[in-house]
Write a protein that binds this ligand. Structure first.
Ligand code: 4AD
Ligand code: MG
Length: 432
């Protein structure tokens, strides 16, 4: 009997197969055991009938507990009502291991702290399976997008001596004789260097922010995809972001639609996510917020609730552009038409998921950049190499960073980003 993965069982209807996996849960009567099995590729129900198996096999099934590791052999039967369209009529059971204890995750209503404490086991449940499969397809779509467009993957460093974003939320460490170093908040500065060598570049990796935020959108360690393109300006940059997000959403619907539906996601909302996206300036966004009763004025930060209120007006992601320069990072190019704002944009996802992309055109004139580094109280010396980029072959260039977990949370319809990453690092959690 051939070892077949559950995801492929449909091709084996009527045949005998072997499944190597685990018992997720069991339901029994005196005459029949229903074994709900998983093998990492999917879930399937195995049926053990007292009348059609030797007594030893029926008794083996009786001994099984949740998360027993087992090999099951039997006949694949088509069954329309079953998940995946098939079930297994079990003939043989081989037990690899039966746990002594009861599996801790065995109720529908465990609290979130309990589940996060057991994240290493929680991953085995159906919901987490569908989320991680969707995340996998989302990341694959991100990479495909760039690879189909001649972008070059440039892996940027995790340890850095130059503050990439702001001094506020850095993880600091001692780096041998060098002194202070930091965990990367962004790979942007390195992508800026690389785009002057390779034209169009992207990265995808972990970034770190010691943020004291305990919101449903913040992680301490999160994955970011960044892109940087030489000679791109503000408008080119926005077009690229729109294309990327449309591509990722549509490809995920195509390749992970079953997972999204299993999660209860209303996929009709995602079908609408096709470029171009609506746009609003920061200045108009503030007016909109004021009209909606928010107590904000020009120059104020747009927080989570405000983002949700703006995004509510649209059924696609919305681009908010040209923020006050004082609110944003040091490297952003001032708007030639209004030096109080910069050529930047944030993309806000619909349905309350908030900012998924932060983007800008970069300052490319050396003197302007030096002045801005000083204005932001950053150490000019640590940017010597970054300033070289404005000395040798400097050109306008632009790029952005997209938060992977926020995109996963939005596409999957999750309440909190902690479920969008295998092992979330949040303000109060680094275990397991
Ligand atoms: O807006 P941010 O801070 O932009 C940058 O870091 C730029 N250097 C990117 C670039 O231009 N190359 O972060 C980018 C995105 C945000 O829009 C958000 O989606 C996500 O990263 N993000 C977080 N996601 C989860 N937890 C956090 N603490 C996050 N901080 C930012
Ligand atoms: Mg941002």
């Amino acid at each position: 009997m051939d070892w077949i993965y559950i995801s492929k069982l449909k091709e084996y209807a009527g045949k005998d197969v072997e499944i190597r996996g685990w018992l997720r849960r069991k339901r029994s009567s005196g005459k029949i055991h229903f074994l709900f099995l998983r093998d990492g590729t999917g879930f399937v129900q195995g049926i053990v009938e007292k009348s059609s198996v030797p007594e030893e096999v029926f008794n083996l099934a009786k001994k099984l507990k949740m998360e027993s590791s087992i090999i099951v052999r039997g006949t694949v039967r088509e069954e329309e009502r079953a998940p995946g369209g098939v079930e297994i009529l079990v003939k043989e059971i081989e037990i690899i291991h039966v746990p002594e204890k009861e599996f801790p995750i065995n109720k529908p209503d465990h609290g979130i702290d309990f589940l996060m404490d057991h994240r290493h086991l929680w991953l085995r449940t159906q919901r987490q399976f569908h989320i991680l499969k969707a995340r996998h397809e989302i990341i694959k779509a991100i990479r495909d997008f760039y690879n189909e467009r001649e972008f070059v993957l440039v892996d940027t460093p995790i340890f850095t001596g130059s503050i990439g974003e702001s001094a506020g939320n850095l993880f600091e460490l001692d780096y041998f004789d060098y002194g202070k170093a930091y965990l990367a908040q962004t790979g942007q500065l390195y992508l800026e260097a690389a785009c002057m060598a390779l034209g169009k570049v992207y990265n995808l990796g972990p970034t770190f922010r010691a943020e004291k935020s305990k919101t449903r959108r913040h992680l301490i360690e999160f994955w970011m995809n960044e892109a940087e393109v030489a000679y791109y300006q503000h408008e080119d940059n926005i077009r690229l972001q729109e294309e990327l997000v449309s591509y990722v959403v549509q490809k995920t619907l195509e390749n992970a639609g079953e997972h999204l539906r299993a999660l209860g996601r209303d996929t009709s909302k995602l079908e609408k996510v096709v470029a171009p996206f609506p746009r609003i300036t920061y200045t108009d966004a503030i007016k909109l917020l004021q009209k909606k009763g928010f107590n904000v004025s020009w120059g104020d930060d747009i927080g989570g609730d405000e983002e949700t209120a703006i995004a509510e007006e649209f059924d696609k992601p919305v681009i908010v552009e040209r923020y006050p320069r004082k609110m944003k990072a040091f490297y952003m190019q001032p708007d030639p038409e209004n030096p109080d704002v910069v050529l930047c944009d944030d993309m806000l996802a619909p349905e309350g998921y908030g900012e998924i992309i932060g983007a800008s055109e970069r300052i490319w004139q050396k003197e302007v950049l030096i002045q801005r580094i000083k204005e932001f109280d950053l150490d000019v010396n640590s940017y010597d190499w970054y300033l070289d980029l404005r000395e040798f072959g400097t050109v306008p260039h632009s790029g952005f960073g997209m938060g992977v977990e926020r995109v996963v949370a939005w596409i999957c319809g999750l309440e909190h980003v902690r479920e969008a990453i295998p092992f979330a690092r949040t303000l109060y959690r680094i275990h397991p």
